[in-house]
Design a protein around this ligand. Structure first.
Ligand code: DX5
Ligand code: ZN
Length: 221
């Protein structure tokens, strides 16, 4: 299992996003939180900004769509070249059709679960996915505390992926820091989103390296 770190630019300086992406050029991905003010009570950025970021980013973009009606809006992110597009299970009307469409446009297809959404509801769909995102906070804002109550779900998700013999990545997002990353890794996560823990650090590269090292050591146990 390869451990990957995907810093969330939600905690970056929005006036200097190109430079902020350069600060994390040693990351595996840049996590881009798209919020529509309806699915979550916050509004961030959308397709034109993602398209502009794709032209300057040194790392692939991991787009996390916290939006209503992803069936309608998500494929365009794959079409403009986002390398990974994640929609929410709670919002998608036809998740299988949507995941297939994302893959057809060349993107990795991800599906996200809010803390109260059981993983059992989507285990049958895992073969259609490249990544499952287990939210470790209620989506909407950076800087929240990691919810330990989600750890059993991360474990069950890892078991389901293993039992199906799949290579689906298991991402965690929310409250991931040097204090919590080992717990999530031990439970089975392999892709770690971190916003405030990376962009709040003076040395973003150092923070990424430290998170990756802690998670790698924890999952070796
Ligand atoms: C929250 C977003 C996260 C957020 C994480 O809804 O999906 O990606 O940026 O921020 P931290 O790491 O600060 O909890
Ligand atoms: Zn996110």
């Amino acid at each position: 299992m390869t451990i990957q770190v995907s810093p969330s630019i939600l905690s970056a300086d929005f006036a200097h996003l190109a430079a902020e992406l350069q600060r994390i050029s040693m990351a595996d991905w840049a996590h881009v939180d798209v919020m529509d003010g309806h699915f979550v009570p916050n509004l961030t950025l959308g397709l034109p900004v993602v398209e502009a970021l794709l032209a300057v980013t040194p790392v692939p973009l991991d787009c996390h769509l916290m939006i209503e009606d992803p069936d309608r809006w998500a494929p365009a992110y794959a079409e403009v070249g986002a390398q990974s597009v994640t929609f929410h299970a709670e919002a998608a009307a036809a998740p299988v059709r949507l995941a297939r469409e994302l893959r057809r446009h060349g993107a990795r297809a991800g599906m996200a679960l809010k803390p109260a959404t059981p993983v059992e509801a989507v285990t049958d769909l895992l073969p259609e996915l490249d990544m499952l995102l287990v939210m470790t906070v209620e989506p909407g804002f950076g800087g929240q505390s990691f919810l330990d109550v989600t750890l059993p779900k991360i474990r069950r998700a890892r078991q389901a992926i293993g039992a199906a013999g799949l290579e689906v990545w298991l991402q965690v997002d929310g409250g991931v820091s040097t204090r919590t990353v080992e717990r999530a890794a031990e439970a089975g996560a392999d892709v770690f989103v971190a916003g405030s823990a990376v962009y709040g650090a003076e040395d973003a590269a150092g923070a990424i390296t430290e998170l990756r090292a802690l998670a790698t050591a924890a999952c070796a146990h």
